[in-house]
Design a protein around this ligand. Structure first.
Ligand SMILES: Cc1cc2nc3c(=O)[nH]c(=O)nc-3n(C[C@H](O)[C@H](O)[C@H](O)COP(=O)(O)O)c2cc1C
Length: 398
């Protein structure tokens, strides 16, 4: 695998040993106060031996009052610096580079965790699992920008090798970018230039705090796949703005938790067969920017990955779910032990449930928890068992 195993130098000067990256996977096994736990150390020790060039952490929260799940890691001050340092040491002991993915859920914060969600505007998620968010005041926006920067600096001080803004999947940065969720009439909303101000200021704050030689990236949607929301054309423009700022790595994904394109449940069968859900978009991006590109979503066969790098369509292949059931996936792909890393097709047979992708995350989080507990993943895990566990309801009689 000549191209996949070749090293790559980022614009900031840092070299990554190969072209395979673990994309961010929310682990949901931190201590209840957000401190990296023994389970996380065990998990990252294992992923650190996977052979990956880059390991993105699951999304780490910038504010303890606004969480994606009850056991997310939190980096809002240096209270857990020693623990993040231990996490970095475990993950990086065998040559992988750990980056912290930095995030705030905005309106996409479950009601049991967030009784006062915030967002650019008061546009509610169309589900009773979420409350209507309160629009952020200007000084809160400025505070949040600093929080993203502080988290990146904590990553750097902990010895991690990079930080990534979570700008995808309908979380706060995404909410600012989308005309559906950002109805503001001040300088943070309206035109695309205004909607992009939040993410650009976050990037500048991170860069100012972490310096020119620290790798900084973003995960961004190719589109939100919803009427009136962030479009491909808008994404292309924002990517060009980020490129001009000097970003080191732009990872392309797509969808939100209302339209789960990121895990492929909405894609046509032909797109899934072809792998790499957002390939058409990234090829267009490639023509317009010089920033290195990573593509995540659907990659499964080593031949497809190798030719994407060989053809210069992208620089890094991102893998998510394969890391949940093949902990040694990169070594196995690179040395020919595995030719592909297909994951179970998690179907319940209930179309609404399957299309929503709602069980994709919890099923995989169960696998992550097993690894955190020192157990091997269980690819046979029954999807209905996961359904019953997370909903507290019995499976429907079919
Ligand atoms: C359990 C689970 C947790 C995830 N957590 C995150 C996350 O914290 N941040 C993020 O950007 N994407 C997250 N994703 C999306 C993945 O990074 C990736 O984009 C998606 O799984 C598609 O890649 P794949 O087809 O290789 O799985 C998550 C996906 C799963 C299955």
């Amino acid at each position: 695998m000549k191209h996949l195993s070749s090293s790559f130098q980022l614009p900031c000067g840092v070299t990554i040993r190969n072209r395979l990256a673990k994309s961010a996977l929310s682990e949901a096994i931190a201590e209840p106060n957000g401190r990296p736990s023994e389970k996380l150390f065990r998990l990252y020790e294992q992923w650190g031996k996977s052979g990956a060039g880059i390991l993105m952490t699951g999304n780490v929260m910038v504010d303890k009052d606004h969480l994606v799940n009850a056991n997310a890691m939190i980096a809002e001050d240096e209270a857990f610096l020693d623990d993040f340092t231990k996490l970095a040491d475990k993950a990086q002991a065998n040559g992988a580079q750990l980056w912290m993915q930095v995030n705030h859920p905005g309106r996409q914060a479950p009601v049991d965790l967030d009784k006062a969600p915030v967002s650019p505007s008061n546009v509610k998620m169309p589900s009773s699992r979420y409350l209507e968010p309160r629009p952020l005041a200007e000084e809160e926006i400025l505070d949040l920008i600093k929080r993203y920067g502080n988290a990146a600096l904590i990553a750097k001080k902990a010895g991690m090798k990079g930080a990534q803004i979570h700008g995808a999947h309908g979380y706060l940065v995404s909410q600012f970018l989308s005309g559906l969720t950002n109805l503001r009439t001040d300088k943070w909303g309206g035109s695309l230039e205004n909607r992009a101000r939040f993410v650009l200021e976050i990037y500048r704050n991170m860069r100012k705090k972490c310096g020119d030689d620290f790798p900084l990236g973003i995960k961004i949607n190719s589109a939100d796949f919803q009427r009136g929301a962030f479009t491909e054309e808008e994404s292309m423009e924002v990517i060009q703005l980020l490129d001009a700022e000097g970003m080191d790595l732009i990872e392309v994904s797509g969808g939100t938790y209302e339209r789960a394109a990121m895990v492929g449940t909405m894609q046509k069968e032909s797109t899934k067969q072809r792998e790499a859900y957002f390939m058409d978009f990234i090829v267009k991006v490639r023509e317009k920017i010089k920033c290195p590109l990573m593509l995540t979503g659907g990659f499964r066969t080593v031949d497809t990955m190798e030719s994407a790098i060989e053809n210069g369509e992208l620089d890094f292949v991102g893998l998510g779910r394969p890391f949940c059931i093949y902990p040694n996936v990169v070594n196995d792909l690179l040395d020919g032990t595995m030719e592909s890393c297909h994951v179970p097709d998690l179907k319940t047979g209930v179309d609404k449930l399957d299309l929503s992708g709602a069980l994709q995350t919890p099923w995989n989080v169960f696998q992550i928890a097993r690894m955190g507990n020192g157990l091997a993943p269980d690819p046979e895990l029954d999807i209905w068992y996961v359904y019953e566990k997370i909903t507290g309801k019995k499976r429907p009689v079919q």
